[in-house]
Design a protein. Structure first.
Length: 220
């Protein structure tokens, strides 16, 4: 039976230096992003975190129940201050809902901005990884040629050494995927097959997808 490693909490292994460096870099970026936030943004985030908790909902249940019991005359000796239809309670709750909605929307905008920033970061990392992979395949092909190692006859494998044009990828997605998936109206796309009443959308999956600027098919 394996025993916990020494010096590791909860029996877990110590993180590798590379992993620790990556985590530290992300933590620094997150801390810098929080430091750039305005006081209003930090307040909105704090309020949004508070109103989304169970104790906040429970507090309102207790508040509303107590208010109704007090102002319906169920407690002897307590004179109602907001009798039915509880106009003052309605006013307070309406104002609360307005302000909470504003704070939650501000916090949601902050989260959207952070998500877009992370998506751009992820895209850049993926592009760099694709470029590195392409260069690696091209280098391996040159090494194989220098060592007189026969290269595969499959042209699709050789195409892996060709850089991928992201503009062609985006254009292909816009032309093949449904309009709602890419935010475009298929009726406005030139040559859309949706205008053909006899067109079967299932046959789109069998169409070759061009991945070169000249429109030829990879591996053809």
């Amino acid at each position: 039976m394996p025993t916990p490693r020494e010096g590791s909490p909860n029996g877990r292994g110590r993180a590798s230096p590379l992993l620790a460096r990556n985590v530290e870099a992300i933590a620094q970026l997150e801390a810098a992003d929080r430091a750039r936030q305005t006081a209003a943004a930090r307040l909105s985030d704090a309020i949004a975190r508070t109103v989304g908790t169970g104790w906040f909902a429970g507090l309102h249940v207790v508040w509303f129940a107590g208010w109704l019991i007090w102002n319906t005359g169920l407690v002897p000796g307590w004179r109602p201050i907001d009798p039915f239809p509880f106009s003052f309670l309605t006013l307070v709750v309406s104002l609360e809902a307005i302000f909470l909605s504003v704070f939650v929307l501000v916090s949601q905008n902050n989260l959207t901005r952070q998500s877009e920033r992370r998506a751009h970061l992820d895209l850049q990392v993926n592009l760099l990884a694709e470029q590195e992979s392409t260069k690696t395949v091209a280098l391996l092909e040159r090494i194989a040629q220098a060592l007189d190692i026969p290269l595969p006859s499959d042209s699709g494998e050789r195409e892996l050494a060709t850089p991928t044009d992201i503009r062609v990828v985006v254009s292909t997605l816009d032309s093949v995927l449904p309009g709602d998936s890419c935010g475009a109206d298929p009726q406005t796309q030139e040559g859309s097959t949706d205008d053909d009443p006899g067109h079967d959308p299932r046959t789109d999956l069998d169409r070759p997808v061009p991945d070169r600027p000249d429109g030829t098919v990879r591996g053809a």
